[in-house]
Design a protein around this ligand. Structure first.
Ligand code: SDX
Length: 430
């Protein structure tokens, strides 16, 4: 039997046979290239609910089963047994590193954690109340002005250097955006600290005294970063791919990804969840907010709920919820009111027909902010944390795209609803 589908145009009786593309997992795809050539049609799929933009071997999600695999490894196993830089190596190079490879990769990242001193002057152009994500978009994009030794994106070695610099410098740039917002001096990275410990040091230490990284905070951040590292062709990753498809500078492409992630419908949701929980305030108000979330005339949505792909529990949310318990208990904050309220909100929502029918479950953003807050990270830095972790996925997907010999510039089509041809009318005749 042929692995094709036939499309019949009932208006003309003409038909076209379209080949099926099958991956190793997930739904097969209809290759629609011939549709325009043979029948003159383009396809329409706003939001890309049923459109594959590429082949990829990096991450796989089964939304119905609540499964997330990084290069075939279940997220639950990586969360339990791995660490963020090992997962970064896995996502970028496709395999878990040997001890020697991990040591080499860790050292390379460590040696790129400082940024050019002249970059500091960029921060002084921002007011102290600038949102750190606005600073990240600007400063990360400006890295494209610094590195003229690795501008050939078709040179694998140049791609590697750009990826290493981005992964290494994101925590330093992020911590500096936080320090700028509180008027404290920037702290240099320390090569005797691990990736997440360095971030905590650069955010919370001051020159006036010694700072000890809290191992629990470091472990919690490392787990959260593993869970946020990559997630197929989400909005910000698709932004990086589309920007990169024109062979644009990788630093500029990652800056575009940061801009997309900032949106409250995407990575900005973790910050909005805390605002929402603060607004709800008390579990007695939950019914009112559930009703608002269901009201089509009310723009309010339950932030941290729902997902384009997951129609079952987001496995990351479950792992973060468990880490919430551990962090809050060890910080002596067992009865954290925000966490109690979040648990109650989840319980009530998941018993409501509206959420059940639409398969709206808590997503990765629902609980992450509670841990961040417990670690002393301010709300306006939550999406910055997400961006640090997702930089690994963005660079892995960008490298996969650029290395693809069949890669072409992305250029979607449209269904035009505008005016048909008409002649210019002089201002006297309008
Ligand atoms: C992330 O793509 C990824 O992988 C993203 C991410 C990643 O790792 O990169 O997982 C990270 O962005 C998680 C999502 C964070 N965003 C939020 O928590 C914001 C709140 N959620 C929604 O805005 C929404 O659920 C989206 C944006 C996440 C998904 O939007 P979709 O797939 O376009 O779904 P939809 O808006 O069409 O909703 C389907 C229905 C609608 O009702 P009906 O028109 O069918 O009657 O569900 C309703 C929506 O109104 N709905 C919600 C809701 N989410 C969807 N109703 C109330 N509250 C919500 N949160």
């Amino acid at each position: 039997m042929k692995d094709t589908v036939t499309i019949l145009d009932n208006a003309t009786g003409k038909s076209v046979e379209l080949p099926i593309r099958r991956g190793t997992l997930g739904p097969p795809a209809i290759d629609i290239g011939a549709l325009q050539r043979e029948l003159g049609y383009v396809t329409y799929d706003p939001g890309f609910l049923a459109t594959a933009s590429c082949h990829s071997a990096i991450t796989y999600i089964d939304g119905e089963q609540g499964v997330l695999l990084y290069r075939g490894y279940p997220i639950e196993q990586l969360a339990e047994k791995s660490n963020f830089l090992e997962v970064a190596h896995l996502l970028i190079y496709g395999e878990l590193p040997s001890q020697a490879q991990l040591g080499e990769f860790t050292n390379i990242i460590r040696r790129h954690t400082m940024f050019n001193e002249s970059l500091k002057s960029f921060y002084h152009g921002f007011h102290h109340d600038a949102h750190p994500m606005a600073i990240m978009v600007g400063v990360v994009g400006s890295l494209s002005a610094f590195y003229h030794d690795s501008t050939d994106i078709h040179n694998p070695h140049h791609r590697d250097i750009a990826a290493h610099r981005l992964i290494a410098k994101m925590p330093t740039i992020a911590a500096a955006s936080y320090k700028h917002s509180i008027g404290e001096p920037f702290m240099y990275p320390r090569n005797n600290l691990n990736y997440c410990g360095n971030l905590l040091h650069m955010m919370f230490s001051v020159p006036a005294e010694d700072y000890q990284v809290d191992p629990l905070a470091e472990k919690a951040l490392d787990l959260i970063f593993i869970l946020h590292a990559d997630h197929e062709q989400n909005a910000s990753t698709s932004t990086v791919r589309l920007a990169g498809s024109s062979s644009a500078d990788p630093f500029a492409c990652i800056s575009a990804g940061i801009a997309s992630l900032w949106g409250p419908a995407h990575g900005g949701a973790n910050e909005e969840v805390l605002h929402m929980l603060a607004e709800i305030g008390d579990s007695k108000n939950i019914p009112k907010y559930i009703a608002r979330a269901k009201d089509k005339n009310d723009s309010f949505r339950l932030m941290g709920f729902g997902h384009r792909v997951y129609k079952n529990h987001d496995p990351r949310a479950r792992l973060i919820r468990a880490m919430c318990h551990e962090v809050l208990n060890k910080l002596g904050n067992q009865n954290n009111p925000l966490f109690e309220l979040a648990l109650k909100l989840e319980e009530v929502a998941l018993q409501d027909e509206y959420f059940i029918e639409r398969k709206l479950y808590p997503n990765v953003d629902f609980y992450s902010g509670i841990i961040y807050k417990a670690l002393g990270i301010p709300t306006n830095m939550f999406t910055v944390m997400f961006a640090i972790a997702r930089t690994v996925g963005w660079v892995a997907q960008w490298m996969e795209m650029i290395a693809d010999p069949n890669q072409r510039i992305g250029r979607p089509r449209q269904v035009y609803d505008g005016a048909t041809r008409r002649d210019y009318a002089g201002i006297k005749d309008r």
